[in-house]
Design a binder for this molecule. Structure first.
Ligand code: CMC
Length: 437
């Protein structure tokens, strides 16, 4: 809070409106516009480009500086010196764990990795070629039908149990989506393994052949989860908060986040990157696609480039690029034709005037898509993995909202439809007046 005020002169009002201003720890001051409603005005901000929808202490992004902090720690520091589960603890509890707290947390998550046996039967209801994100939306929402012993959102213990269950069960459910599409038996988690090793074991192991998980690939997986853990008020997190503001249960809220993440402008981008690379197909076609991306009359965009907030570089992409080089080196895939197209595209986008001028750098999804392709994860599973990593961020925001005090989210609108009018009888109406859908 500061003593600063903003003064807004409004046509038609005799005196200007005074609005309070607040300062965060870092970042721009915000103007509290809540008093405007009482004066008969709304603010108009489609896409929420200038609107802070809440106060939060979890994550800070400075897009101009390419800075991403979780509870004050830089993403580079966490990626180098921490791991995914420790970062989960940090996001949920506000501080890094002591050694004992860390061990206890890892143990708790381990205890929750299995899912109710009936969930396996639930999976069998999905068609074999269902998109894994479609299954995830349904399955995670359905968890509230299996774990309704702790759904009281006003009970802190219930909230914590649901948080642990979600973090622990997401890799199991993600791997079950894959196994279902392959017609292979589901693999039970092996609790001797780390979080990321366990995920790879459930993905690629079978009851008759359970290959040893490569430490480099498990490390890469852990980085992918960690780098996606939270990203302040993005579309899916805002959706989770909005759903939570109605008092919905945590599994329903996280399912709404998964649905939002699915879109190609958000989490679906890593899948879209690989679809695009396949569409380009050959290095000789790259220039044609780059020209299309620059053409104002062509809706085509280079997937994996650009970001709403990062306008200089995406700090997650820097870490992911290093991991990408490590994984490609370990797997000896530097000459893979698709990955060669990706490398050429990256170089062009970093040098081409259009991309440089508009600050369209490769984002985290560009590199994570390449890594997952190299590991052998099918393209349609990419967003599921993003959702797995992001689950902790969604829960941390949901929990913060519930504990900080909240009102149901209810945006207003600038109405430009018809003024009040009377209904004419059907016989007297013109043949057709409908607008296209
Ligand atoms: N390829 C070509 N041109 C682009 C691209 C692109 N990937 N991204 C933006 N532009 C152009 C756009 O046409 C516009 O040009 P002009 O000013 O001439 O009209 C300008 O750059 C600004 O674009 P915008 O759509 O106003 O920017 P935005 O902040 O609303 O959108 C974005 C950000 C990420 C949706 C967009 O860059 C995009 O569609 N990128 C591809 C999809 C993608 O990789 N998404 C993953 C984002 S990272 C994961 C996450 O955090 O969710």
């Amino acid at each position: 809070m500061t003593d600063k005020k903003a003064t807004l002169a409004v046509d038609g009002l005799d005196s200007p409106i005074e609005l309070p201003m607040y300062s965060g720890t870092v970042g721009p001051d915000v103007i509290d516009v809540r008093a405007l409603t009482g004066k008969g005005y709304f603010t108009y901000d489609p896409g929420f480009v200038s609107t802070a929808s809440c106060e939060s202490k979890i994550t800070y992004i400075d897009g101009g500086k390419g800075m991403l902090l979780h509870r004050g720690y830089s993403i580079e520091d966490l990626a180098e010196n921490s791991d995914y589960l420790e970062t989960c603890f940090l996001l949920l509890h506000g501080e890094l764990p002591s050694q004992d707290e860390y061990e206890e947390f890892v143990d708790i998550i381990r205890n929750h990795t299995m899912v109710h046996e009936s969930i396996a039967r639930f999976f069998r209801g999905f068609h074999y070629d269902s998109h894994p994100m479609a299954m995830m939306c349904g399955i995670v929402g359905a968890l509230s039908a299996f774990y309704h012993d702790s759904l009281d959102i006003n009970n802190p213990r219930h909230r914590l149990i649901s948080a642990h269950r979600l973090i622990a069960k997401m890799p199991t459910l993600a791997a079950m989506c894959y196994k279902h599409s392959q017609g292979q038996p589901f693999m039970y988690p092996d609790n001797k393994l780390s979080y990321s090793e366990n995920f790879l074991h459930m993905m690629f192991g079978t009851p008759c052949d359970d290959p040893k998980v490569s430490p480099t690939l498990a490390r890469a997986m852990d980085k992918i989860f960690l780098l996606h853990a939270d990203h302040e008020q993005n579309a899916s997190t805002s959706t989770v908060r909005l759903a939570g503001s109605s008092g919905a249960n945590p599994f329903a809220c996280i399912a709404s986040g998964i649905a939002t993440l699915w879109g190609p402008a958000h989490g679906g981008a890593n899948e879209a990157v690989l679809t695009m690379l396949n569409e380009i197909g050959d290095e000789k076609n790259i220039d044609k696609f780059v020209a299309r991306a620059k053409d104002k009359d062509d809706p085509f965009r280079l997937m994996g480039f650009g970001h709403r907030v990062y306008k200089n570089f995406d700090p997650r992409a820097k870490v992911m690029k290093e991991t990408c080089d490590e994984v490609l080196g370990e797997l000896g895939l530097e000459d893979d034709p698709l990955l060669k197209i990706a490398k050429r595209l990256e170089k062009i986008a970093l040098e081409d005037e259009y991309f440089v001028e508009k600050k369209l750098y490769p984002n985290v999804d560009f590199y994570s898509g390449i890594i997952m392709k190299a590991i052998g994860i099918p393209t349609d599973m990419f967003t599921v993995i993003f959702a797995t990593g992001r689950t902790v961020g969604w829960i941390a925001h949901w929990h913060e909202m519930l504990t900080d005090g909240y009102r149901i989210g209810r945006p207003r609108q600038l109405y430009t439809g018809e003024a009040p009018r009377k209904l004419a009888s059907r016989e007297s109406r013109p043949a057709s007046q409908k607008s296209s859908f």
